[in-house]
Design a protein around this ligand. Sequence first.
Ligand SMILES: NC(=O)C1=CN([C@@H]2O[C@H](COP(=O)(O)OP(=O)(O)OC[C@H]3O[C@@H](n4cnc5c(N)ncnc54)[C@H](O)[C@@H]3O)[C@@H](O)[C@H]2O)C=CC1
Ligand SMILES: CC(C)(CO)C(=O)C(=O)O
Length: 313
Amino acid sequence: MESLQRPVILILGAGAVGLALAGRLAAAASVYAACRPVHAAAIRDRGLVMEGIWGDATIREVIPVTGPDEVPPAVDFVIVTAKGTGTRAICADYAGVIRGRPTASLQNGIGNEDIIAEYTNTVIGGTVTTNFSVAGPGHVRVLSESAPMRFGAWSGDGDALRELIGIVRSAGIPVEPEPDIRAGKWAKALLNIAVNPICALLRAPVGVAAEKEIRGIVDGLIRETFAVAGAEGVHLPWATADDYLAYLFGVQVPDFATVYPSMYHDLRQARRTEIDLLNGYVADLGERHGIATPYNRCIAALVRYAQTHPDGR
Ligand SMILES: NC(=O)C1=CN([C@@H]2O[C@H](COP(=O)(O)OP(=O)(O)OC[C@H]3O[C@@H](n4cnc5c(N)ncnc54)[C@H](O)[C@@H]3O)[C@@H](O)[C@H]2O)C=CC1
Ligand SMILES: CC(C)(CO)C(=O)C(=O)O
């Protein structure tokens, strides 16, 4: 990257997270957003519309693209924000652009960085603990935030990580380095494992996790996940499941109480969910380690059924 030029960033799979990120990063970089034609047409027509805690604005600088042939040759960073169910397909579509370029993931769940690493040497893992949703074509809403964005080196070049954090910070987004990004991805996954499937199945916002009838289920999901993470040798930032449950119910659930997680939108729109990168992943790993995971297995089965029977039958 040449120091006097604006960095060039390509966001791959720009929906709720990716479009909002593109809108903010446009303050510090030239941003290309690989998105579906419906978003691309609206953005070309009247700009990207953002509302909420990341600012209310119509941003005309984001350049939408709908295929790799529309991407300029001088891309400095790629950031993947597709759902985990689409990581392999989008990496294959844009393989020629990703190859040799530092590529970050801001996706939830476990496994995306390993897929991206099949396409490039320098992979940066990332987490974002903010609520985003699509309000319409080329129109996104950012409603609540509970922690800074975090990036950490997954493989390859540490300079790329420092540069990316510098760009994100200069765009005004709170961001911190994550020294143990594998643990960081699990730490973020705890929140998604606890609330995403429950809110999706109950059609309720995150606050439902604290209801008397539901709390015991969340408790079971988290205790099992701690046992499996421990067997995998993951050093979570909380020493015990009780410590994390205190943080979940004391900070994260209140911060997101009135908003709907991403899996809620997937089930409502009859899209495949990320359940197999979250609770389904924990259940499978548990089986390998001989750890019983009845809560995660049960909720994963319910979500899989719901996503293949959108009308409930
Ligand atoms: N929505 C939220 O509040 C948060 C979401 N996340 C995570 O971020 C990731 C993205 O989530 P969302 O933005 O909510 O999902 P989304 O479904 O709104 O956005 C993903 C976009 O990628 C597009 N896409 C997928 N494959 C593509 C392809 N080959 N070419 C062009 N476009 C393609 C999809 O059509 C969709 O518009 C997920 O892993 C999610 O779990 C993380 C934190 C918060
Ligand atoms: C943090 C949270 C719950 C924000 O909505 C999220 O990660 C998601 O929706 O998947």
